[in-house]
Ligand binder design. Structure first.
Ligand SMILES: CC(=O)N[C@H]1[C@@H](OP(=O)(O)OP(=O)(O)OC[C@H]2O[C@@H](n3ccc(=O)[nH]c3=O)[C@H](O)[C@@H]2O)O[C@H](CO)[C@@H](O)[C@@H]1O
Ligand SMILES: O=P([O-])([O-])O[C@@H]1[C@@H](O)[C@H](O)[C@@H](O)[C@H](O)[C@@H]1O
Length: 396
């Protein structure tokens, strides 16, 4: 049965047309909605009568801008929301879809019958209280004074939504517990790899007498667990394995560079030569070793797309399922533990081949944007139908 295409108003604090922002996630969410769910209109990111304040904050240094912008948007929500509401009244939309920026949804009153949905990989409060947030020192002195107020704002914004779509069970569970969101509105829908589906790869054979290639992908060496990945490589070498490390996305410090480390400090996937290098590095690697502290991590989905197992920590919302896409070791696991896992697979190549296959399978069934788009489209259709039934009951 062909379904009606929904009319979707897309709300974020940054344009999804810029494919670099939010690590590419904003653009992927927008595109997947357009492909699978309906006709998407991007709502303005301007702040109505408070626009001069937004411009002023954008002109501030990045570190301040990052911290002031979302808090100011909560504070000025009544003024900012009026601009969005005027757009919503004009457009005749079925759905208001918020991505990443819960503060952009704050205070927006939707016309009767419109469904509000939201997806993000964290809320500020869940992030702050988690092991990920606690790993970062707080530098913004005003921040802690506003924490309780922020949480109240988040709670109110989440209460406006009919559907909450979280990419990780970590976040879904935390939201349920922290804000008391009822489970019927809360759904786990994993985000996907920010690459086109690579051709099926024959899994790389893992042998003691050949190089074992490790990979790190990320713009922040320490947040991505780069130092531990380097130590894992050195630990394997100390045990007689010819381990090598490829780094994509940043320049490790001198202490983490040697003849066995290859660095591509920045690859732009929109540039064909860079994309070819990116794909080649994933295709030849044996393990992505990335004990990162983060709330999601697209690189894990990209590794799975290439049938490349990931080794990471069970911290935050990393999309790694134990024994399926790799192994998430308990927090505190160190280079010796990661090396041990790899040595275990070196002794059991058949189980390594199975792990590569199940990683690829997980990408095909879950960790891709078409799956996200299809599941989200189903959930949006149901929510729209429920709202329409509800309003016709009330009208009757
Ligand atoms: C450490 C940290 O705070 N991570 C967060 C940060 O992601 P962060 O940007 O650090 O990392 P992600 O893994 O989410 O994304 C990286 C993306 O950039 C791409 N890439 C990377 C390097 C490079 O040279 N070229 C390139 O194209 C990767 O292929 C991937 O698609 O924001 C994301 C949300 O927006 C969150 O989900 C992450 O939890
Ligand atoms: O320091 P602080 O403002 O409380 O918290 C910060 C947030 O405001 C910011 O949006 C995020 O990018 C930082 O990683 C950090 O979490």
């Amino acid at each position: 049965m062909t379904r009606e295409r929904l009319r979707i108003a897309y709300l974020c604090d940054m344009s999804p047309l810029d494919r670099t922002l939010y690590s590419g996630g904003n653009a992927r969410i927008h595109d997947a909605l357009q492909k699978h769910a309906g006709d998407v209109t991007i709502l303005p990111q301007t702040w109505a009568r408070a626009e001069p304040v937004r411009r002023l904050i954008h002109a501030m240094p990045e570190a301040l801008n990052l911290r002031a912008r979302w808090r100011a948007q909560y504070a000025l929500r009544r003024v900012i929301a009026r601009g969005i509401e005027a757009e919503l009244q004009r457009g005749g939309y079925d759905v208001l879809f918020g991505a990443y920026a819960l503060h952009a949804l704050a205070g927006v009153r939707t016309p009767t019958g419109m469904v509000t949905a939201f997806t993000s990989d964290a809320t500020q409060t869940v992030y702050r209280l988690s092991e990920v947030g606690r790993a970062h020192k707080r530098v913004f002195v005003v921040g802690p004074l506003l924490d309780k107020w922020v949480e109240r704002r988040e709670r109110a914004a989440l209460a406006q939504a009919d559907l909450l779509l979280w990419p990780s069970a970590w976040l879904k569970d935390a939201v349920t517990a922290r804000y008391g969101v009822d489970p019927g509105r809360n759904h786990l829908v994993p985000w996907g790899a920010n690459i086109a589906t690579p051709p099926p790869a024959a899994s790389n054979t893992l042998r003691r007498d050949a190089p074992v290639r490790l990979l790190v992908i990320g713009r922040n060496w320490s947040a991505k667990g780069g130092p531990e990945a380097f130590d894992t490589m050195m630990e394997l070498r100390a045990q007689g394995v010819d381990a090598r490390l490829t780094v994509i996305g940043c320049q490790p410090p001198r202490v983490h560079c040697n003849a066995h480390v290859t660095v591509h400090s920045q690859l732009n996937k929109a540039v064909p030569a860079d994309l070819a290098q990116f794909n080649a590095a994933l295709a030849e690697a044996h393990f992505m070793v990335m004990p990162s502290f983060e709330s999601y991590g697209f690189a894990f989905c990209e590794a799975a797309a290439h049938g490349l197992p990931s080794l990471c920590l069970r911290v935050g919302g990393v999309p790694v399922r134990d024994g399926i896409t790799g192994h998430a070791l308990p927090p505190g696991a160190d280079a010796a533990d990661f090396a041990q896992k790899i040595l275990g697979y070196l002794d059991d190549p058949a189980s390594y081949a199975r792990l590569c296959q199940s990683a690829r399978e997980e990408f095909k069934t879950q960790l891709n944007w078409d799956s996200w788009g299809q599941t989200t489209a189903d959930l949006l259709q149901e929510a729209v139908a429920r709202k329409r039934d509800g309003s016709s009951d009330t009208a009757a």
